[in-house]
Design a protein around this ligand. Structure first.
Ligand SMILES: Cc1cc2nc3c(=O)[nH]c(=O)nc-3n(C[C@H](O)[C@H](O)[C@H](O)COP(=O)(O)O)c2cc1C
Ligand code: SF4
Length: 437
């Protein structure tokens, strides 16, 4: 390792993983159809370079390696991971690390798949990040609804404990699985003994989080990339993707494609490339939802540049499907799933969802469109968390991309307005007061 530049942490390790399509996280594991155990994992990657992650007096080599790699969060926000690591590492007192494996986005399965094939890569990343920022505890948060995965990860942590691998205590937790329960302050609240509901900030978790300690929260995929950067270095990481979006990224592709599933693609790939990996479109498409329920609709023909908010979730909508009805259903779900603590979620979001449903059904009063545009303008940046912002983004993109349909629906619903949905909108009722713990 080069302590002066911190650019390469890799020592004597087997070759970097590479699948036929340039896969790294999932290379080779898919074929096995089961979780890699610790022996297989170590045979492939070697042990995590834990002692090199934070060397006293040499200014955080792993933090600098992650900064040089340009890794950004894979949990939706896309924030630079190196910057987060540096803030927590520089905060006073022992820190805490939280690995976010909650994956509440209904159209996403990438974290579930990653954890089910390469659990130790995620756990390596969590341990390495913990050592780098001076954390004494790691909490892996998983949804209570994935009980088998909770058991599997608990067993993986026990396997590592028996092998004496992790220098920090790692705990696996099963949390309520509501949409906003996976937001970072919800995790902190729950781990502090409260409800899995967002809380207002400041203080941000990196200042005062779990047990009032500086807390680093990272998506499980982000941590798995970090585990590979620690071994193979930032230049290796940057060899995939492009300068603005380095590395690879996992994407869940569903809807009208030949082979729906989770794929690993170069970051910054155009949507067309991601759809091709899933066997290409099945028939003609009407639009594509990029980024899931917090993302936005893309019109066809699809652009050959990458979507603004990345392509972590893609749902291909077949031609002839009603994009307004799909959006109305997703908005109804998001409104029901809010924590109902702030104005935009208590009043604004349900009203927007109601108006969208009326629009989709073609029962449009004279003021509906003006009202909808006005309310959409009031949602962003007014909640304690960005839940209303995400919903507003989805609704605004639908009004833009399906503008022709909007004009038609003013006179009555289209033939597809009551057809079965393509989006996987869960039939979840609003959580009761006692169901947040
Ligand atoms: C309503 C809401 C839901 C979220 N759900 C998730 C989630 O399921 N998984 C996740 O990793 N991040 C989720 N996030 C983002 C987290 O708050 C946090 O930014 C992320 O876990 C940080 O990890 P990263 O920097 O590696 O992306 C959500 C944010 C919001 C506002
Ligand atoms: S904005 Fe909505 S989801 Fe976020 S904290 Fe407020 S009520 Fe809860």
């Amino acid at each position: 390792m080069n302590h002066d530049t911190g650019t390469v942490l890799a020592g004597e390790h087997p070759a970097a993983p590479c699948g036929p399509h340039g896969e790294r996280l999932l290379a080779g594991w898919y074929d096995t159809g089961r979780p890699a155990d610790l022996t297989e994992h170590l045979a492939r990657y070697g042990p995590p370079p834990l002692f090199q992650a934070r060397s006293r007096g040499t200014a955080m080599p792993l933090v600098r390696a992650v900064e040089e790699a340009g890794l950004t969060g894979r949990g939706g926000g896309g924030f630079p991971t190196g910057r987060k690591l540096r803030s927590v590492a520089g905060a006073k007192g022992p820190a805490v690390l939280v690995a976010n494996g909650m994956e509440s986005e209904p159209a996403s399965h990438k974290d579930e798949v990653l954890l089910s094939f390469a659990p130790h890569l995620v756990l390596d990343g969590a341990a390495l990040a913990a050592v780098a920022v001076g954390a004494e505890a790691v909490h892996l948060c998983l949804p209570r609804t994935r009980a088998a995965q909770v058991d599997q990860l608990t067993a993986a942590v026990a396997e590592r404990r028996r092998a004496g691998l992790d220098p920090v205590r790692v705990q696996v937790h099963a949390l309520p699985h509501h949409f906003v329960s996976s937001e970072e302050t919800s995790l902190v609240n729950w781990l502090n003994g409260g409800d899995a509901r967002p809380r207002s900030t400041p203080p941000r978790p990196f200042e005062k989080g779990v047990g009032k300690r500086p807390t680093l929260i990272g998506n499980v995929e982000t941590l798995a990339h970090l585990a590979l950067i620690a071994r193979y270095g930032p230049a290796w990481f940057r060899a995939s993707g492009n300068s603005g979006a380095p590395g690879t990224t996992l994407v869940t592709v569903s809807g009208a494609v030949h082979r729906p599933g989770v794929y690993e693609i170069p970051a910054g790939s155009p949507v067309t490339a991601a759809l091709s990996r899933a066997g290409g479109p099945r028939g003609r498409l009407g639009a594509v939802l990029a980024g899931g329920f917090f993302g936005g609709w893309l019109p066809v023909p699809l652009s050959t540049t990458a979507p603004d908010r990345g392509a972590g979730v893609l749902v291909a909508l077949p031609e002839g499907t009603c994009g307004l009805a799909e959006t109305a259903a997703a908005l109804g779900y998001l409104a029901a799933q809010s924590a109902r603590q702030c104005g935009p979620c208590r009043f604004g979001l349900p009203s927007v969802a109601e108006d969208f449903t009326a629009l989709a059904r073609g029962s449009v009063d004279a003021q509906l469109l003006n009202r909808l545009h006005h309310r959409l303008g009031l949602l962003p940046r007014r909640g304690a968390c960005s839940h209303p912002d995400g919903a507003a983004r989805l609704a605004a993109s639908a009004l833009r991309v399906f503008a022709d349909d909007v004009h038609r629906h003013v006179h009555g619903p289209c033939g597809a307005a009551f057809a079965p949905l393509v989006l996987p909108v869960p039939a979840a009722r609003p959580p009761e007061e006692g169901e947040w713990r």
